[in-house]
Design a protein around this ligand. Structure first.
Ligand SMILES: Cc1cc2nc3c(=O)[nH]c(=O)nc-3n(C[C@H](O)[C@H](O)[C@H](O)COP(=O)(O)OP(=O)(O)OC[C@H]3O[C@@H](n4cnc5c(N)ncnc54)[C@H](O)[C@@H]3O)c2cc1C
Length: 232
C-alpha cells in the first residue's frame, strides 16, 4: 500500500503526496470499498482526518515536519475529537489543555479513535480556555505517540469493520511543547475540526456504499452453487 502511494493520495504534492482531487479520491474510496473496509480505514486517516488539520490550518513548520512522513505511510495520523461524554455534541468536550510556560498539559479521554493503536501522531481537540464553555474555548494540538502521559485503552470490539482498529486515547498530565498548537493559534480548534470533518463527510460514506455493488455478483452466484450441491 505504501508503494502504491495510497497513504498520500490526497496530500499535497509538495509534501510527497499525489495531490488527487476530491473526485479522484472519491473514486479510489469506492474501489477500495469493494474490498475490505479495513484497507480504506488504514490509509483513510492519513489522507483525511489524521492529516487534514495540519494541511488546512498547520504552520509551515508543522507541515514540513509531519506531512512527508504521513504521505509516505511511515507515520500514521489519527484524529481525536470524540469523548465518552461528547460525541455528536463535540463542542461540549471536556479534555483540557492548560498552558504552562512553553508547554501545554493535556488531561482527558478520547473515545473510538480510528487507527489509534497504529498512530504516530494524534490531532487532539482540547479545551485551552476553561472559562469559555462552548466551541471557541477549544484548540487543536498535534500530540506524538510515546509522549509520557499518553496511553491507549484496549482495542474496541466491534460488530463489523474488525480490521479497522479503534481505541480510547487517554491523556494523564501529558506535557507537549506549545509549538504543537495547530496553526499557533488558540481558540480555533473546533473550527479546524469541523473543516476536517466537512471533507471527511464527503469521503466516509463512499466505501460502505460501494460494498453492496461488490456483493451483488456473489448474490447471483450463491443459489446456483447451492443448487449444484443439492441443497436447493
Ligand atoms: C468505527 C468508528 C470509528 C470512529 N472513529 C473516530 C475517530 O477517528 N475520531 C473521533 O474523534 N471519533 C471517532 N468516532 C466517533 C464518532 O465520531 C461518534 O461515534 C459520533 O460522533 C457519535 O457520537 P456518539 O457515539 O457519542 O453518539 P451520540 O452523540 O450519543 O448519538 C447517539 C444517537 O443519538 C443521536 N443524537 C445525538 N444528539 C442528538 C440530538 N440533539 N437530537 C437528535 N438526535 C441526536 C445521534 O444521531 C445518534 O443516532 C468513531 C466511531 C466509530 C463507531
Amino acid at each position: 500500500m505504501k508503494e502504491l502511494g495510497l497513504f498520500g493520495l490526497a496530500l499535497p504534492e509538495e509534501y510527497g503526496g499525489l495531490g488527487l482531487t476530491m473526485e479522484e479520491e472519491a473514486r479510489i474510496a469506492m474501489e477500495l470499498g469493494r474490498t475490505s473496509p479495513a484497507f480504506r480505514s488504514y490509509i483513510g486517516t492519513n489522507n483525511g482526518i489524521g492529516s487534514s488539520g495540519i494541511v488546512i490550518d498547520g504552520t509551515p513548520e508543522q507541515k514540513e515536519k509531519y506531512l512527508p512522513r504521513l504521505a509516505s505511510g511511515d507515520l500514521i495520523g489519527s484524529f481525536a475529537l470524540t469523548e465518552p461524554e461528547a460525541g455528536s455534541d463535540a463542542g461540549s468536550l471536556r479534555t483540557t489543555a492548560v498552558r504552562d510556560g512553553d508547554h501545554y498539559i493535556i488531561n482527558g479521554t478520547k473515545r473510538f479513535i480510528t487507527n489509534a493503536p497504529h498512530a504516530g501522531i494524534f490531532t487532539v481537540m482540547a479545551r485551552s480556555n476553561p472559562d469559555i464553555k462552548g466551541a471557541s474555548g477549544i484548540s487543536a494540538f498535534i500530540v506524538e505517540a510515546g509522549t509520557p502521559g499518553l496511553t491507549l485503552g484496549k482495542r474496541d470490539k466491534k460488530m463489523g469493520q474488525k480490521g479497522a482498529h479503534t481505541s480510547d486515547v487517554i491523556f494523564d498530565n501529558c506535557r507537549i511543547p506549545a509549538s504543537q498548537l495547530i496553526g499557533g493559534k488558540e481558540g480555533v480548534g473546533f473550527k479546524t475540526a469541523m473543516k476536517v470533518l466537512d471533507k471527511a463527510a464527503c469521503i466516509f460514506p463512499l466505501s460502505p456504499s460501494a460494498r453492496p455493488n461488490a456483493c451483488w455478483p456473489m448474490h447471483w452466484r450463491l443459489p446456483r452453487t447451492a443448487s449444484n450441491s443439492g441443497i436447493l
